[in-house]
Design a protein around this ligand. Structure first.
Ligand SMILES: [Zn+2]
Length: 89
């Protein structure tokens, strides 16, 4: 293996990563009866996601992780939460 470890659904820290990323994006679920009321912040970059990686998952290859997310539809931090899933791992 010459490539670094990537933050993917196969990574043992994936669940924790998603939790920390949701916090970093300030997800608010609002009224459970109105799921469309959910709000969050996103700056249309993966900066929040890469910051979580840099702070909490120092063994991860950030560039490799970002390119993995982008291939899975995660063009920004909130899309990583919405679109990157482990179903086809
Ligand atoms: Zn976003």
């Amino acid at each position: 293996m010459t490539e670094g470890l990537k933050m993917t659904p196969a990574h043992p820290g994936w669940r924790e990563f998603r939790y920390l990323l949701a916090e970093a994006c300030h997800f608010e679920f609002g009224d459970p009866d109105q799921p469309e009321a959910m709000t969050w912040e996103c700056d249309c970059t993966t900066d929040r996601a890469t910051t979580v990686l840099a702070e909490h998952f120092t063994d991860c290859d950030i560039k490799g992780s970002v390119s993995y997310w982008e291939r899975r539809g995660g063009q920004c931090s909130c899309e990583v939460l919405f679109n990157v899933r482990g179903d086809d791992e």
